[in-house]
Design a protein around this ligand. Structure first.
Ligand SMILES: Cc1ncc(COP(=O)(O)O)c(C=O)c1O
Length: 397
């Protein structure tokens, strides 16, 4: 049995070839246990949460809250707000914390490496509130300019930074980013969407104020994610959405709110998704993540070296701690054409700007081809990928 056998989709064919799925930075595949847990929930326990006293409602509530317990114990966190994903988690910080704590003229520090989900909410808030945004530049070696970061922290109230780039796979110096932000008196939000699939982060030790991530990038379902929040930052947050489930009492003259995470989870939440995510955590708890991370990084490094030999430009460095993401361009074959030829041979890769246009502008390009590896990928698949790349390049030569 290989890990791959746990994922039904990985035994399908695409265009007459066995599927080789290398688009894991966009979303990972789901093991059968996750699919079964969701199906089982809808077949047996479907009900709304936190409301009725009947048995099904109890099972649904238990399923939903069990996911929160998994998140808290996996990441050693005191507060875990369930969101629809990283994007909603970051928006929750912008609207729940930012609106309540930022004044006109306050400074937020972002970086040129951010995903759009960690840029656009701040631009909207900045227009609404007159907040200044500063961007930390990316250097030619694909790392952040830490000298510029130190300077940008003057009068900053909040830093929002990506842990691991979805385009480059580069892992930023997060410990240093966090400690410098705190020394400057700023809070810090870490976008960990590409980090948590590879690294079991201890949120308490990590010491960031907010951390956002999505289930679907770590074998869980789409439509659910979380925001971890330090207790003092949690107390400074105001609800971003109002509705059922987040209140203590409502009268025609006003409302009072719950004091726990439910305060930020208005409306019927993602119950089936939470049940599926718990199954993913359980499945992943039998996996040696650090060993796989090292194995996958070696595969990515080998792939990057081969692509350079073929004449491609690779955007990334594949050093210890980086994610197994290989972004590249061929000097003459258009990336979309390249990806279509790869798809014709059964390979799934991503092309385009990867929702990181400021980074691509900085690199002087409009898109890349991105192959990203996860737990079920093998060196053998990387070798097949490279021989198909050679075949495609040969056809165009
Ligand atoms: C670094 C990073 N941040 C944020 C996101 C947004 O995640 P989601 O679409 O799950 O909200 C992604 C998704 O690709 C990402 O890679």
């Amino acid at each position: 049995m290989s890990l791959k056998d746990d994922f039904p989709i990985l035994s399908r064919e695409v265009n007459g070839h066995p599927l080789i799925y290398l688009d894991n930075a966009a979303t990972t595949q789901k093991p059968q246990v996750v699919i079964d847990a969701i199906s089982q929930y809808y077949s047996n326990s479907n009900a709304n949460v936190h409301r009725a006293v009947h048995t099904l409602a109890g099972e649904a509530t238990e399923g939903y809250e069990n996911c929160r317990r998994w998140i808290k114990s996996w990441f050693n966190a005191e507060k875990a707000i369930l969101t629809s994903g990283t994007t909603e988690a970051i928006n929750l910080v912008a609207y729940g914390w930012g609106r309540a704590n930022l004044q006109p003229g306050d400074v937020i520090v972002l970086t040129e490496m951010e995903h759009h989900s960690d840029i656009v909410p701040w631009q909207i808030l900045s227009e609404e509130r007159g907040i200044e945004i500063r961007y930390v530049p990316v250097l030619d070696d694909f790392t952040l300019d830490m000298d510029a970061y130190a300077v940008s922290l003057e009068n900053a109230k909040l830093v929002c930074v990506v842990h691991t780039s979805n385009v480059l796979g580069v892992r930023n110096s997060v410990d240093e980013l966090i400690s410098l932000a705190h020394k400057a008196g700023a809070k810090i939000l870490i976008d960990a969407a590409q980090a948590v699939p590879h690294d079991k982060i201890d949120f308490e030790l990590f010491n960031a104020d907010f951390m956002a991530f999505s289930a679907h990038k770590m074998c869980g379902p789409t439509g659910i994610g979380a925001l971890l929040v330090k207790s003092d930052a949690f107390e400074q947050m105001q609800p971003f959405m109002g509705g059922g489930d987040m209140i203590e009492s409502v009268t025609t003259s006003g409302s009072t709110y719950q004091t726990n995470e439910h305060k930020f989870e208005a409306g019927t939440p993602k119950i089936a998704e939470a049940v599926g995510w718990s199954a993913a955590f359980e499945w992943m708890s039998a996996i040696d993540l650090p060993a796989h991370h090292e194995r996958l990084l070696n595969i990515a490094k080998w792939t990057a070296d081969q692509l350079r030999e073929i004449g491609c430009t690779v955007y990334g460095r594949h050093q210890s701690g980086d994610a197994a993401v290989v972004s590249f361009l061929h000097p003459t074959i258009h990336s979309e054409d390249f990806a279509r030829f790869l798809d014709a041979k059964g390979f799934a890769v991503r092309t385009g700007h990867h929702c990181a246009q400021p980074l691509l502008n900085r690199l002087g390009i409009t898109g890349t081809i991105r192959a990203s590896f996860y737990l079920y990928n093998t060196q053998d698949e990387a070798e097949k990928f490279i021989s198909t790349v050679r075949y495609i390049v040969g056809k165009f030569a």
